[in-house]
Design a protein around this ligand. Sequence first.
Ligand code: LIP
Length: 264
Amino acid sequence: MSLERELVDLAARTAREAGDLARARRSEGVHLAATKSTLADIVTEADREVEALIRERLQDARPGDGFLGEESEAERGETGITWVVDPIDGTVNYAYGIPSYAVSIAAVRGDAVPGEWEALAAAVYAPVSAEMFTAARGHGAFVGDTRLSVTNETPAGALLATGFGYDPATHDGDLATVRRVMTIARDLRRAGSAALDLAFVAAGRLDGYFERGLKPWDHAAGALLVTEAGGTVSLIDCTSARPMLVAGGTEVHRRVLDVLRDET
Ligand code: LIP
């Protein structure tokens, strides 16, 4: 079995167990553990418990790998492989009882820096729909056993998704960006989970996605789903505090980039 297939099998097994724990905790009632960058940037006790489970399972299976997770200390490994993990992506949805949240687990080779790493395997598991999105580098992207493919034709305009950060001071600028991108869109969705937005682009349920200010764990797995489904993903303005991620079929990706570049 190739390394990529070994990693994706481990990622999927772990994501499923972690997602089922998250769903169980949600049914028992969610407890706020802390706020982070702003009052809106929350972490629940379930976020921390789920990440601890993921970390333990991955460490047991592959001791020596690195780990970069949203809720715990980063750890450099010695195998050249780092796990990039968002235990509950869509945390605010999760806290409010909105079912659009997912466990996002990616295995990357090289430094755990977006744009520098080589993503090898990805699993995005949505516990409420029980949909498991997976990709192994060079082997395609799937939901369950169904192969995924991005859209290419958008005669009525592109169905796009985006998101907004937790800092209200950034909302005005992000809305100005939305206003510009809407010139090439048929409509816009804002579901609240970058991992699921990217999985939906890979599945052809969205034509494209753009968002400024994502963290590495928000997009590490979803970006591989998109590229293994035939799409393109770019991270621009990388030197800024809030890089912009753009994902889609090649034509939609290009058109969004063109609009964003006209903005500057
Ligand atoms: C979330 C992203 C979402 C973004 C939110 C937040 P979290 O990640 O998935 O796309 O709009 O601001 O960053 O905080 O739920 O892991």
